[in-house]
Design a protein around this ligand. Structure first.
Ligand code: ADP
Ligand code: MG
Length: 568
């Protein structure tokens, strides 16, 4: 610590580059400070440091990290505490550019595996970013001293050193509850569970926090189940949706999309107080939507689309600019390629001609002239032959009544089971739907991507960089993830960028390896070595990474331009 103090004294007033000399490790009374990376100027992305707190200073009980899930929740709990402590310090500017900025990759409403805080055998590592203070481009050593010797120690004192055991324990208990709910769901073949009392709507279109005056969820009797969970006296009750075809109907503005959005997010776990902490969905559920304009690389969409004009091949469909229906078909096929077991679909974001085609239209445009086999003609085959379930919002058409196993109606934000009525209506007003006689080709879509063909060069340099949640710059191009709705955190996008970088550098993806198998290997690496396995520098601040699912990783590869793909 003395050493850092005299270094800062020494470089005070010098050009910013002199900060490079403080890179290294310093012992403080309660932790070790590791300055891993020093920014080149006050406006560049901030410096990266780690605070390493030994277990004899802040004891971390073995049981808090005895399973991967408990460990993730404990790390999440500490990261939140550090984030709060940072917010309490006046995070004021201390000079030019990013001078004085202190940042931790603070979790949002979801509890994700992330690198911000890492529990090791003997210590807890906290990863921070820091704007080293300057006046213009001159080092402000006095402010730097304040930052390192007063403010950082106070943040550490007020967070990891102050957090009560009970708080961490509550977090660990939530981990246990989520684990048990997931086990019960698997045992019973439930693809979704929404607890009574859950708050589904969000505060606004741009906030992921709960809406204050919401109507809380109440399960319909027919779907009500009870789950005994640990650390709770009363069992949880709520609505379970079974494997199969589940339809959500109801009048406009009655809460259908809100329910589906909660289910989309239910592949992740949410923090206490979110309102969706007991809303869980099949972890392999994938939101499917239309995404016109997207790139498609050699995908077999022939189960939905055939005989396109000009003889375009739909067994290896490739385009720079997909239409609504072809993009939605592609999204279904790509999700199944990676093992999706539930599809989540909202009429609001679907292509109508992909979802339905009515009798009148069939009379006018003969099936022979229509390249699309609508989803309704495949949905039962998906369920029966491929064990793929669907949860679908459809308020505008009753065509799906006869194929649905379960129909839930949202009325004034509350769900009712109307399966029987819907089936009766379907009998009274039969529609002549052409059953697809032809057996669904189980010829699935499996492709290999060649990492050598990834276009990562920008001029002479390589470039792969995440820009917010939605974009990854790769070489001269951009992967656009705007419509990949289950990608929820910018740190997941950063992790995807690092995984692409790693795959390219290590030439991991070859002709022999399908995309799906490659992603399995990635998941195994994360399971065994953590996300740090994909960080560019070992034993340093790994960058702010959070774990993406394999579906969102696949989504990024699938939206890359110029990559070479081999059909298997
Ligand atoms: P739909 O898809 O049926 O047209 P939405 O799900 O889009 O309806 O919901 C319409 C509006 O109602 C949204 O602004 C949403 O935030 C609000 N809303 C949804 N569920 C609830 C609820 N349980 N309590 C209060 N407001 C809700
Ligand atoms: Mg809607």
């Amino acid at each position: 610590m003395k050493q850092l103090q005299s270094l800062l004294h020494h470089i005070d007033g010098k050009g910013y580059k002199a900060y490079k000399s403080i890179q290294g490790k310093y012992e403080f009374s309660k932790y070790q400070l590791s300055i891993d990376y020093v920014q080149g100027d006050p406006f560049a992305s901030p410096s990266k440091i780690r605070i390493i707190v030994p277990n004899h200073i802040r004891s971390i009980k073995q049981q808090w990290k005895e399973s991967k899930q408990r460990k993730v929740y404990t790390e999440d709990c500490i990261a939140r505490a550090v984030g709060e402590a940072i917010n309490k310090e006046s995070n004021q500017s201390r000079g030019s550019g990013k001078s004085g900025l202190i940042y931790i990759d603070q979790p949002g409403q979801e509890i994700l595996e992330r690198t911000a805080v890492q529990l090791n055998q003997n210590s807890t590592i906290i990863c921070l970013s820091l704007g080293l203070p300057a006046n213009g481009r001159r080092i402000n050593g006095r402010e730097a001293k304040k930052l390192f010797l007063t403010i950082l120690p106070s943040i550490i004192n007020n967070s990891i050193l102050a957090i009560k055991d009970e708080k961490i324990e509550a977090s660990v208990q939530l981990a246990d509850q989520h684990k048990v709910i997931r086990e019960k769901m698997k045992e019973n073949g439930w693809i979704a569970f929404v607890a009574d009392g859950a708050v589904l709507p969000r505060a606004s279109g741009i906030s992921n926090k709960p809406l204050k005056k919401a109507v809380t969820f109440q399960s319909p009797e027919e779907n009500r189940v009870e789950i005994e969970v640990p650390h709770r006296v009363e069992p949880l009750t709520g609505m379970a949706l079974r494997k199969g075809i589940n339809l959500i109907v109801g009048g406009g503005y009655h809460g259908k999309s809100t329910l589906l959005e909660a289910l989309e997010r239910g592949v992740y776990h949410h923090m206490k107080g979110d309102g969706r902490e007991y809303v869980l969905t099949d972890p392999d559920a994938v939101k499917i939507r239309a995404e016109d304009g997207r790139q498609v690389n050699s995908v077999n969409i022939s189960m939905f689309i055939n005989d396109l004009p000009q003889g375009q091949d739909t067994k290896q469909f490739t385009t720079e600019n997909a239409s609504g229906s072809t993009s939605q078909a592609t999204n279904v096929v790509e999700a199944m390629e990676i093992g999706a077991s539930t599809l989540l679909i909202d009429e609001d974001t679907s292509a109508t001609n992909f979802m339905i085609r009515d009798r009148r239209m069939k009379a006018l445009v003969h099936t022979k002239k229509e390249p699309i086999t609508p989803f309704i003609d495949r949905i039962q085959q998906l369920r029966d032959d491929l064990s793929v379930s669907t949860i679908m919002v459809m308020g505008g058409s009753g065509d799906y009544f006869d194929v649905a196993d379960e129909v839930i109606m949202m009325d004034q934000y509350l769900p009712y089971n109307v399966t029987k009525q819907a089936h009766d209506i379907a009998k009274d007003y039969p529609i002549e739907r052409q059953k697809e006689s032809e057996v669904l080709s189980t010829q699935s879509n499996q492709r290999a991507f060649l990492s050598k063909s990834l276009q990562v060069k920008k001029g002479k340099k390589k470039k792969i960089q995440a820009k917010g949640r939605q974009n990854i710059l790769v070489g001269n191009g951009t992967i656009v993830l705007d419509h990949v709705e289950q990608l929820v955190d910018p740190s997941q996008t950063r992790a995807i960028a690092e995984i692409i970088r790693h795959a390219e550098e290590q030439d991991m993806m070859t002709q022999e390896l399908t995309l799906s198998h490659f992603l399995y290997l990635v998941e195994k690496m994360i399971e065994e070595e953590g996300l740090q396995a994909f960080a560019p520098y070992k034993n340093q601040h790994p960058g702010d990474l959070a774990r993406p699912r394999r579906f969102e990783l696949a989504a990024a590869f699938n939206r890359m331009r110029g990559v070479k793909v081999v059909n298997k």
